[in-house]
Each structure stands twice: as C-alpha cells, then as structure tokens.
Design a protein around this ligand. Structure first.
Ligand SMILES: NC(=O)c1ccc[n+]([C@@H]2O[C@H](COP(=O)([O-])OP(=O)(O)OC[C@H]3O[C@@H](n4cnc5c(N)ncnc54)[C@H](OP(=O)(O)O)[C@@H]3O)[C@@H](O)[C@H]2O)c1
Length: 256
C-alpha cells in the first residue's frame, strides 16, 4: 500500500475531472492536499471539506496558472501554511478546441502559458519548498499530457502542440533537478470523459471508438484510474522513473 502520510501535495486544476480525482486519491493515501482552482470556488471548497473529513490538512486556493504572479502567491501560501512541498501535480490545462486556421496569436499564447509555461514557473517556485536535505524521500513533480502530443487530432492543434512542448520541458526539468532529490515525470492519459472532453466536437463517437480499442477487458479509463497512475508517480514506488512519459490508455494506441 502507498503511504503518503506527512507529505504535502499541491494539485493544479483540482476542482474538477482528473485533478479532483487525484486530490482524493492522494488524500486517501495519507497526503495533505492543496486544491488549486481558477473559477470553480464552490467545487473546490466542497472537495476541501471532503478531504478534511478524511482527517487530512487541506486548503483550496484560487490561482490562474497562466499568470506568473498567481503562481508566485500560491506557492508563497503553500510555504507559509504548510512549510514544505513533497508533491506537485501540474494538471490544469486549457486551450479550447479550435482549428489552427482560426487560431489567433492570443489563443496560442494563452494555451502555451497555461499548459507549458506554468510547469516551468510552478517548478521554479516549488524548488525552495522541495529542497529539504534532511528528507530521505524523493519529491515528485507530475504533469499531464495527452495523445495530441504525438498524434494529429481534429481541433486539437494548439493543445497538442502545447502537450508536446510540455513533455520536452518535463524531460529537461528532470535533467536539471533530478540530482536535487526531485523526480519529474509526465502522465499521458488516453481519452477520459470529463467536462473538457465532453465539449470536444464529436465526443460521443470518440468515446465509443476509443473504448472499443482498449485491450483491458471491460475496464474503463476514468479520472480515478488516471489518478491511480498519478499516485504511483507520486510515490516511492516510482523513485527510479525519471524524466519519462507514462502512457495510461488501456492499450488503445497499440493498434496499427
Ligand atoms: N480528459 C481527458 O481525456 C484527458 C486526456 C489526457 C490528458 N488530459 C489532461 O489532464 C488534465 C486535466 O484534464 P480534465 O479533462 O480533467 O480537465 P477538466 O475536467 O476540464 O478540468 C480542468 C481543471 O483545470 C482548471 N483550470 C483550467 N484553467 C486553469 C488555469 N488557468 N489556472 C488554474 N486552473 C485552471 C479548472 O479549474 P476551474 O474548475 O476552476 O475552472 C479545472 O479544475 C489536463 O492537463 C488535460 O490536458 C485529459
């Protein structure tokens, strides 16, 4: 059993979807959990209540991860309230589903700032809170990617390009901070039904097609199953996994 008791985890975009499931999974494993959101204050507070009822320390904090000042003040809050940070899950993403033919420079910048630059700025701000030479355990940073990083999907060009950049950024961060007791890895999830993917053009057909290509019997890919793999990457079981992208898609992309 994975035991994260005494560890502090910050999860960006934890008010809904995969981030929410990850917050609950890490709290079940014993971690104290800080829930970041940008608009869903009520959902974030309800989640915090649920985690507090599990006996964990928790807090919810509004911060737009595309804004450097918001990231800085969120990590200041973590430092002043929790003292240190063991786990950072950089999960928040946005970008909207749109054709590259219609994308503006503002769309491009906004997607990259939220989905890529945030990981760099979050890591920079987290480093002092993760640097505890006396701690025997390794600290963990996990970022979320998707198959759009290496495949071409309809209306997904901006997000896909941001995820490709994110995976490279994570590898380079691992190179830079790996010897400071920190692992940086990426969890690449297959298609999961959440608020964002329900808005994808043709989502119903995409869910059915993808589910039919999975090679794991009747198991479904849910926010909870993705969160279980994130928990693995946050735990000592993955101490030797460094700078990697772990695909969790039920084998959907094995088909030629
Ligand atoms: N769902 C999938 O099929 C799938 C597959 C592969 C990878 N992923 C990745 O997994 C992650 C989570 O996806 P999801 O489907 O669970 O998303 P989701 O249900 O749409 O939830 C998005 C979360 O991100 C937060 N967020 C959005 N923009 C933000 C910002 N600028 N600053 C801070 N928080 C922000 C939202 O907060 P508010 O609620 O406050 O708006 C919300 O908590 C993303 O990185 C996504 O690319 C998803």
């Amino acid at each position: 059993m994975i035991d994260l008791e005494g560890q502090v985890a910050l999860i960006t975009g934890a008010s809904r979807g995969i981030g929410r499931a990850t917050a609950l999974k890490l709290a079940e494993a014993g971690a104290d959990v800080i829930i970041n959101y940008v608009t869903s204050q009520t959902a974030a507070r309800e989640l915090a209540d649920q985690i507090a009822a599990m006996g964990r320390r928790t807090a919810s904090i509004k911060a737009d991860v595309s804004e450097p000042e918001d990231i800085a003040s969120m990590l200041e809050f973590v430092g002043s309230e929790f003292g240190h940070l063991d786990v950072l899950v950089s999960n928040a993403a946005s970008g909207g589903f749109r054709s590259l033919r219609e994308a503006t420079p503002q769309h491009f910048e906004s997607t990259m700032n939220t989905n890529v630059r945030a990981l760099m700025l979050l890591t920079q701000a987290a480093l002092p809170l993760m640097a505890d030479a006396s701690a025997a355990r390794r600290r963990k940073i996990v970022a979320l990617s998707s198959h759009g990083s290496h495949r071409a999907l309809p209306a997904y060009g901006l997000i896909g390009a941001s995820k490709a950049a994110l995976e490279s950024l994570a590898r380079h961060l691992a190179l830079e901070v790996g010897n400071q007791g920190i692992n940086v890895n990426v969890l690449l999830a297959g298609l999961v039904e959440t608020d964002s993917t329900r808005g994808f053009p043709g989502s119903d057909q995409a869910f059915a097609t993808v589910a039919s290509r999975r090679l794991v019997g009747d198991k479904t890919l849910s926010p909870e199953s993705v969160a279980e793999a994130i928990l693995f990457l946050c735990s000592p079981l993955s101490d030797l996994v460094q700078g990697q992208t772990l695909v969790v898609d039920g084998g959907e992309t094995l088909h030629g």
